[in-house]
Design a protein around this ligand. Structure first.
Ligand SMILES: *[C@@H]1O[C@H](CO)[C@@H](O)[C@H](O)[C@H]1NC(C)=O
Length: 333
């Protein structure tokens, strides 16, 4: 997440782009399908809230993914969901994601730019960028943001914090979620999420939401007082399957796993010399390409997105293609 150059010893063998993509395609229970299948707009909205919570994954302390290179891509399919990511900027780091599911008629468009701020004993990485989920069968678009990643050094702790707002203009439904961490409550104070689902015009609350994003989140019906489990992390990301390469020829040279494969091999075999050399090769090649572009007066443009850097929303990424094609890497069902 941070723009600090870490020696390969501290890298987990994957790129930040891949980690970002995993929150969209790595799941054992398909909450997106649930969003699409729910009958009432309120049920769909509640399912979208649950899905949004599912994209909040446990980060690991003391390890950092690779910093993606400019134009790095990650293209993976899970069932009928095809996901394509591209690193659309290197300084600052900005990643774009497009996912389409033709069977469910669902589209995801995300843009993310992590901005780390350093506060002595902790780092807070704000994740700037729009996240859209479109349920095309219902003509509904859901807008949301990401919580912030907090890394505390003493005592060591990583957690998500801050406000997430989810809104659907077509139905007028909104949710506010607060991700909370409190060292005073010990373990019970970690990974908490609390909020409500309401009608934006009347501010009438339907559900109060409360729980832990890494275990169970419940919604309490304000009228009846009835509580239901809307999210169970165990169903979503226990027993995740490792993606497999289905079509080696179909893998682009820009694919994350190809770009970083030699570095990962070094790390996995604990040959740090090899990992360091391979990492330098990737980075030197980046610098060489940047120099060549500069000398020719060329500007790099993304292959899969048009990107604009607007002052209000930060970066905006729109996919060039209408649909993401099936990927050469697949997550077994
Ligand atoms: C580590 O990698 C280097 C460079 O690729 C290689 O020359 C060396 O033999 C490797 N060391 C071991 C212990 O495998």
């Amino acid at each position: 997440f941070c723009q600090v150059q870490l020696p390969p010893l501290f890298n987990i063998p994957k790129s930040q782009l891949q980690c970002f993509g995993e929150s969209a395609y790595c799941f054992s229970k398909n909450l997106l399908q649930q969003c699409n299948n729910a009958e009432s707009s309120l049920d769909r909205f509640t399912s979208v809230v649950a899905w949004s919570i599912s994209t909040t994954r446990p980060p690991s302390f003391g390890v950092a993914p690779y910093n993606p290179i400019l134009g790095e891509t990650h293209h993976v399919s899970r069932g009928s969901l095809n996901v394509l990511l591209e690193q659309v900027s290197h300084h600052p780091p900005v990643s774009a994601l497009h996912a389409t599911d033709e069977k469910e008629n669902i589209e995801l468009i995300w843009c993310q730019k992590p901005v780390p701020k350093f506060y002595g004993t902790r780092v807070e990485a704000e994740v700037i960028g729009k996240r859209q989920l479109k349920l095309l069968n219902h003509g509904e678009t859901y807008m949301m943001n990401s919580p912030k990643l907090m890394i505390r050094f003493l005592p060591p702790r990583v957690d998500w914090i801050g406000k997430v707002k989810i809104s659907c203009q077509e139905t007028g439904l909104e949710a506010e979620l607060c991700y909370i961490t409190s060292s005073l409550l010990g373990r019970r104070g970690e990974h908490r999420v609390k909020g409500k689902i309401y009608q934006s015009s009347s501010m009438k609350t339907f559900y109060e939401v409360e729980g832990y994003w890494n275990s169970i989140v419940k919604a309490k019906d304000i009228n009846s007082g009835k509580e239901t489990i809307i999210y169970d992390a165990k169903e979503v990301y226990s027993e995740l399957k490792t993606p497999i390469v289905k079509d080696l020829q179909g893998i682009w040279p820009t694919e994350s796993t190809a770009v970083w494969s030699e570095v990962s091999k070094g790390i996995l075999s604990k040959n740090w010399t090899k990992a360091r050399e391979a990492k330098s090769t990737v980075e030197d090649n980046q610098r060489k390409l940047a120099k060549e572009r500069a000398s020719k007066g060329e500007t790099w443009v993304p292959n899969h997105f048009t990107v604009s850097d607007s002052k209000e929303d930060g970066w905006d990424c729109s996919p060039i293609q209408e649909r993401v094609p099936p990927a050469p890497i697949v997550v077994p069902l």
